[in-house]
Design a protein around this ligand. Structure first.
Ligand SMILES: Cc1cc2nc3c(=O)[nH]c(=O)nc-3n(C[C@H](O)[C@H](O)[C@H](O)COP(=O)(O)O)c2cc1C
Length: 204
């Protein structure tokens, strides 16, 4: 029963070579995101996770902002050129999914259950990770290439710009950005460590 799901888990990969095209319709992509937001778990079913889909010129606008912010403080040189190239490639995809957690929801449940207040931000982070994984996997299953970026989660100024540009509530905390598009090339090789070192089984 789980074989198809496990195969899907292995299908999800990081693809950096993205084109500005998508063989999947915008409606289908939005449907995938809504399905994942609806069904991915959140602590105490608080439904704190949020997602924003930006496509085409809106995606270019997003990555222009991210690039400007990320490159601003960097010294001129090879590293800056390499970083600029990477950011250009992300913006050169078809679209991006921005992930957020609504801090208002996290604060409300923390106030409601003060004994767990310290845990809720951690669990909120776990929840957005689960959502990111579900969306990433589904996009890959549709044949799209995607990767996960955290540039948007770094600077307060950039996050404020993103909020303003896309009219998002200020309580939405940015957790990651996932650029995607039809892949120009497949993912790279991936090395795996020993699973015996990573997974322990105890059986009486
Ligand atoms: C929590 C998390 C954060 C990540 N952040 C980044 C990132 O900021 N930039 C990036 O290029 N890849 C990022 N990645 C992707 C990983 O580098 C990638 O998943 C890993 O190398 C395994 O490759 P795979 O995705 O092809 O399985 C992140 C992955 C995870 C799970």
């Amino acid at each position: 029963m789980s074989a198809a799901y496990l195969a899907a888990v292995a299908t999800r990969r990081t693809t950096y070579a993205l084109t500005a095209k998508s063989s999947v319709s915008d409606e289908k992509i939005a449907e995938i995101i809504k399905h994942c937001v609806k069904h991915c778990p959140t602590p105490f079913n608080t439904q704190s996770s949020r997602a924003v889909l930006v496509i085409g010129a809106e995606n270019t606008k997003l990555w222009d902002m991210v690039s400007e912010s990320a490159l601003k403080g960097m010294a001129e040189g090879d590293q800056k050129v390499a970083q600029a190239g990477k950011l250009k490639a992300f913006g050169g995809g078809y679209g991006s999914v921005l992930f957020f957690e609504d801090q208002a929801v996290v604060d409300a449940i923390s106030a409601k259950i003060p004994t767990l207040a310290k845990q809720f931000p951690v669990w909120s982070n776990n929840a957005t990770g689960m959502l990111q994984h579900a969306v990433w996997t589904a996009l890959c299953l549709e044949g799209l290439g995607a990767n996960l970026q955290h540039n948007g989660a770094y600077s307060d100024e950039l996050v404020a710009d993103i909020h303003k540009t896309f009219s998002l509530p200020k309580t939405w905390t940015s957790t990651a950005i996932m650029p995607f598009g039809d892949p120009a090339a497949g993912p790279g090789e991936k090395a795996f460590g020993s699973l015996d070192d990573r997974v322990k089984v105890f059986k009486a």
